[in-house]
Design a protein around this ligand. Structure first.
Ligand code: ADP
Ligand code: SF4
Length: 689
């Protein structure tokens, strides 16, 4: 440890926010977790670790203030009535234990709150269709008394927040998910009363909610406004000019401005589309119209970028959601002069997919997310190993790297053997593809850590057969040999090989990773539906191929709807000149064309001319090594091998996040170090049914 670099001292200055003071400039802004009201222990455990890791402010996610703000099926927090105070109080205590401030993002979802649980009609400035596609509900136009009710509910929620011990209370007007934002937006507000028409009128509700909240919290809490300053839809939505006028009108009313861009897919852009600090051009005006401190986000992981934004007067506090998820100890690592140890967010939005899928959040880089309470996993602390065994890990993809690192942290001697000359497995391959370079951080972080450790030996260019493993003389073996893409087209839409799959000219992503390149007309058949099919189409198009992307799904890269990327990917592919054929299956491959069929009816559709087909359909586990070892237990015993395990894609191909988690899980539990995870139980109460 070298101690903090003085260049970063500014990041550790306290910041006054109204009546309270944050101990430093690191501000974990509100972010969804998928824990919310359903998994409160997980939520408390997760927020506690952030405070311990040095975040000066730790916020909740969107917190529904009333049954009419019920955003189910999304799992956010609730402060509907006094019965919700107790678990919030547990969270604020956990945060305070580590000297941080606790913030609550009071929210009324307005037209996006479908109220599927409470069954109250949604409400908004006008009678509007739910902006989420495919949701057949409309809001009611709020009357004057509805607005008075809303103000009362918000005030009561703020009073409860004070009782729960929060230090900062939000008024939420961002992401098209906060009702004051709906009132400000011309596309939603066609009112002719004092809440419609001029910008001043459309801002009235936000002003009133800030004033009400200030009155409710008195000098106990700071009041924060979260405002999205750009909708990216021109004058139909909020533009930076209009946002400037809103902030100028209310400049000194809140104690802090938390500013970002709308809507959520833009605010949480993936690294495929935006780099670190990408929001700067949109929010840089804010400090010129208010003297209040300003927090902004931008997937900050570099302390130099953070210092630069502060010194240049863009923001006062470093807002972070994803970087705080990927590394809850990011501030402490900077404070301790351990910048190289930061586990940088890769901008993949697997964390977001938890919320969209209505399940607890997970993270590609940080396998301990969601496990802080459930399994007592701490991101930086590891129980010592249960024996003095040495472990051979075969395969240095995400699962092997994570397993090796966690075993080494527990004190085991680790030998890591990798067939290729470089480490990283699939992330080494995929990070070389267009837009995915940040994914290399999964490898870089682990490789860097492993190389510092005296108890680790790494052998690249070492493809091991079963006899090599037995001859190694290491008594504990973990197989992490990954997976390969199928060459036969089998996937969710085809359960038998696609006729013609064995023709020359048929390729897989592995062929492309190995440097093979098709030319001329190429058809990418994407039956995987995550990012890779689209990225490969983009790669080949950029290299001059005439590319057609065929997918049986009605949308390209359909699963990326869960990482907030789908519309952007589809637009990008169209703009790149890729021909897109959706809802189409591949029936057979011939020399210079393929036969296709409608994905719904199975009826024959038009053939497509092409010289090459790239199958991105599904993967086969590389389980040969494990099968050879496991199938000959006598030889294992004779070789003195006491345990044989397998992890990651060679068990069941999945996401990189799943592989990292699998590697971590095995290493944490090695030598029986782990109990089964704890469940959260719903407590039955109230009148007998
Ligand atoms: P995962 O996602 O499960 O970590 P990957 O496919 O990303 O899987 O990585 C698996 C790694 O294992 C690859 O780098 C591959 O080269 C390596 N590998 C596969 N078979 C062997 C083997 N027999 N010996 C050593 N390394 C191997
Ligand atoms: Fe970052 Fe991906 Fe982790 Fe989300 S899941 S915090 S985007 S690394």
């Amino acid at each position: 440890m070298t101690g903090r670099d003085p260049r970063y001292d500014i990041l550790f200055e306290p910041v006054r926010i109204g009546p309270v003071t944050a101990p430093n400039r690191f501000y974990q802004v509100p972010h969804c977790t998928g824990f919310g009201y359903a998994f409160p222990n997980a939520l408390i455990g997760h927020r506690r670790v952030k405070a311990e890791g040095g975040w000066g402010v730790v916020s909740t996610e969107m917190c529904e203030i009333h049954p009419s703000s019920d955003v189910m099926p999304y799992i956010e927090t609730r402060i509907w009535d006094d019965s919700d105070i107790a678990h919030h109080a547990r969270m604020t205590e956990a945060v305070h234990e580590h000297g941080a401030l606790a913030a609550i993002e009071l929210a009324h979802g307005g037209i996006v709150a479908q109220n599927l649980y409470s069954r109250v009609p949604p409400m908004g400035p006008a009678s509007l269709a739910n902006p989420e596609p495919h949701v057949p509900t409309q809001s009611k136009r709020m009357s004057g008394s509805d607005i008075a009710d809303l103000r009362r509910w918000h005030r009561q929620a703020a009073e409860r927040a004070v009782k729960a011990g929060f230090d900062l209370v939000y008024v939420y007007a961002s992401h098209n998910m906060g009702i004051p934002g709906h009132f400000i937006s011309r596309r939603y507000n066609d009112r002719t009363d004092e809440y419609g028409g001029s910008l001043e009128n459309r801002t009235r509700l936000l002003r009133e909610l800030i004033e009400d909240t200030k009155e409710a919290v008195g000098d106990r809490c700071g009041v924060v406004v979260r405002l999205g300053v750009e909708d990216f839809i021109g004058s139909d939505g909020i533009t930076p000019d209009e946002a400037r006028d809103v902030i100028a009108m209310l400049a000194e009313l809140p104690d802090l401005w938390d500013v970002n861009v709308n809507d959520w897919p833009m605010d949480s852009s993936t690294s495929r589309f935006e780099g670190e600090g990408f929001q700067e051009p949109f929010i840089s005006f804010v400090k010129s119209v208010t003297t209040r401190p300003v927090v902004g986000v931008g997937r900050f992981t570099s302390p130099d970028t953070m210092v630069s934004q502060i010194r240049r007067g863009i923001i006062d506090m470093i807002g972070a959601a994803r970087p705080s998820i990927a590394d809850p100890f990011l501030p402490k690592k900077i404070a301790e002069g351990r910048v190289e140890d930061i586990r940088e967010c890769i901008g993949c939005n697997i964390c977001v997919s938890g919320d969209i899928y209505h399940v607890p959040m997970r993270c590609t880089q940080n396998p301990t997310v969601g496990e802080e309470w459930r399994r007592d996993w701490h991101p930086e602390r590891f129980a010592p190993g249960g024996s003095d065994s040495h472990v051979l890990v075969v395969g240095a993809g995400p699962s092997g790297l994570e397993c090796a690192l966690t075993l080494a942290r527990r004190g085991y001697g680790v030998t890591l053997a990798e067939a290729r000359g470089t480490l990283g497995g699939r992330v080494a391959d995929e990070s070389a593809l267009p837009g995915l370079s940040a994914w290399g951080r999964v490898r870089d972080h682990r490789q860097h850590q492993l190389r510092q450790m005296a108890n680790v030996a790494i052998y690249p260019s070492s493809r091991l057969e079963a006899s090599d493993v037995r001859d190694f003389g290491i008594s504990r073996v973990v197989v992490a040999t990954g997976s390969i893409w199928r060459r036969d087209g089998i996937g969710p839409s085809n359960h038998a090989p696609v006729p013609g799959h064995d023709r020359t000219g048929v390729l897989t992503p592995d062929d492309l990773h190995a440097g093979k390149r098709p030319q001329g007309a190429v058809l990418v058949f994407d039956d995987d539906h995550f990012y890779l099919g689209g990225v490969i189409a983009e790669l080949l198009r950029a290299e001059g191929c005439d590319v057609t992307l065929v997918t049986p799904n009605p949308m390209v890269s359909a699963f990326t709807a869960n990482t907030l990327e789908q519309p952007r990917i589809q637009a990008h592919l169209i703009e790149s000149g890729i021909r897109i054929e959706t809802a189409l299956n591949l029936a057979a491959i011939h020399g210079d064309h393929v036969l296709t069929a409608c994905a719904y009816t199975g009826r024959q559709a038009d053939p497509i001319a092409c010289d090459h087909v790239v199958f991105v359909t599904s993967r086969l586990p590389e389980e040969g090594l494990w099968l050879a070892l496991d199938g000959d237990r006598d030889s294992l015993r004779e070789a003195g091998i006491a345990s044989l395990d397998r992890i990651g894609d060679c068990v069941a191909p999945s996401t990189i996040a799943a592989a990292v988690h699998a590697g971590h899980t095995l290493a944490r539990g090695f030598d029986g170090g782990e109990a089964p995870f704890r469940r959260e139980h719903v407590v039955v109460g109230g009148p007998a049914s």
